[in-house]
Design a binder for this molecule. Structure first.
Ligand code: SAJ
Length: 408
């Protein structure tokens, strides 16, 4: 079997590298972050995820290596971040470009470069192919190019890596089939081989579909709030229809995927991506909507001191430790602008001090507040009714079973 060099050991690259290694593929995982590589070499994983530690132990036993160097081999899997430029709304391919340039410095002729990172349609043509050609390689002869976008969901990554179906985009079907076989070393799902542009677009479409559907739920929440209707009861009943499946309203859409990828389409297809843009705006407006709810609840209960308000949950969703683009962090920023200083913050998954007035103990946090705002439905809060029953609760995730509390 091929020896592969996985570039980028973050939320996607690390589990993917471990999964390959634990299924008998020789793997070197590379990341430019020395501290991260040293942690992995020291036998520790770098984030929390169900089953990750067990997978790590297995991969270590099978001989996975970690390095800050790129190695010379015939298969590269690139899994680096792909943010968007906030002004142009287009993809910022700087990490992809840097990684592919580094691969070009060490790769032999005949190597296959697989990009796993989510990219806007056309990124491979516009940014990746020119780098390969500038290095004197002919694509299809000297270097094979593949796009194999990941589909795993944080919180259930290890399971989904194994069981999800996947897409592989390749110029050459035979190369696509070869890469498909490699992924089948661990992936039990169906693997579809197509062309690169289709694979790029399909991945972005999947996340955009979810963003639009969440935006619909969030818009319903706003409509229902404005006219005193119970959005949760309405969704619960509507979803009994065989062709209706409305998602959950919430305090906003965070994470590095769903809140980012739809912007690629808005940036590249202005004037065409209209529903997509509207959905992004609705989801981005939710942290401020929650802030207004808090302000009204404070007025209603004659509480004037923001320091009596406690924000529960800083991560972008439940039972993960990832705070990227999180609604809570956006709401805290918004509070800063409105000079609402002093709110208390707590998240059982965030152990580093990253916000003012952040607590690391649930009981101490509860002790110092009157209003509890649930921004993330971690398991801890789902099972805390007894502890929080004397507080004024605003539950933006509909996870609390107490009666008479405030909801979105
Ligand atoms: N959210 C809601 N209401 C819902 C569902 C989600 O408000 O009903 C919020 C979450 O709280 C979170 C955000 O949306 O803030 C996104 O969370 P998510 O669980 O929907 O998705 P991600 O970002 O963790 O992972 C997504 C997945 N894509 C799809 O489901 C189409 C995953 O399969 C992708 O691999 C991942 O993006 C990615 O890396 O692209």
């Amino acid at each position: 079997m091929a020896k592969i060099n996985v570039i980028g050991l973050g939320y996607i690259g690390l589990p993917t590298a471990l999964m390959f290694a634990s299924h008998g593929v020789e793997v070197v995982g590379t990341d430019y972050n020395k501290e991260l590589v040293d942690t992995l070499k020291g036998g520790k994983t770098t984030f929390d995820e169900d089953g990750l530690d067990e997978l790590f132990a297995d991969a270590l036993a099978k001989g996975i290596e970690f390095s800050t160097d790129y190695i010379s081999t015939d298969m590269y899997i690139v899994a680096v971040p792909t943010p968007y430029d906030k002004k142009s709304k287009k993809i910022d391919p700087c990490y992809v470009i840097a990684a592919v340039k580094k691969v070009m410095e060490v790769c032999p002729k005949g190597a296959t470069v697989v990009l796993e990172s989510t990219v806007s349609p056309g990124t491979m043509d516009r940014f990746v192919r020119p780098i390969i050609e500038e290095n004197g390689f002919t694509i299809g002869e000297d270097i094979n190019l593949v796009h194999a976008p990941e589909r795993i969901i944080p919180g259930n990554m290890v399971y989904e890596l194994k069981h999800n179906s996947r897409t592989i985009g390749a110029d050459d079907k035979a190369i696509g089939e070869k890469v498909k076989e490699l992924y089948h070393s661990f992936c039990e799902g169906d693997i579809v081989v197509t062309d690169i542009r289709t694979a790029e677009m399909t991945k972005v479409v999947e996340n955009t579909f979810r963003d639009i559907n969440i935006a619909f739920a969030n818009e319903l929440a706003k409509i229902c709030r404005s006219d005193n209707m119970d959005v949760y009861e309405i969704i619960r009943i509507a979803n009994k229809h065989p062709r209706v499946n409305i998602l959950n309203p919430g305090p906003g859409v965070g994470g590095h995927c769903i809140s980012v990828d739809p912007w690629f389409l808005v940036g590249d297809y202005p004037g065409l991506a209209n529903i997509i843009l509207a959905a992004r705006k609705i989801n981005d407006s939710m942290p401020e909507f929650v802030l207004k709810r808090i302000s009204n609840i404070m007025k209603e209960n004659k509480i004037t001191d923001p320091a009596r308000v406690g924000i529960y949950g800083m991560t972008y969703k439940e039972n993960v430790d990832d705070i990227r683009e999180s609604p809570t962090m956006q709401m805290l920023e918004c509070m800063e602008k409105h000079l609402a200083h002093g709110v208390k913050v707590y998240d059982p998954y965030v152990t580093k001090d990253i916000a003012e007035n952040q607590y690391h103990d649930f009981d101490a946090f509860l002790n110092d507040i009157d209003i509890l705002v649930i921004m993330v439905g971690h398991d801890e809060i789902k099972n805390a009714d007894e502890k929080i029953k004397d507080k004024l609760v605003l539950d933006t995730r509909n996870v609390c079973k107490l009666e008479g509390i405030y909801r979105l």
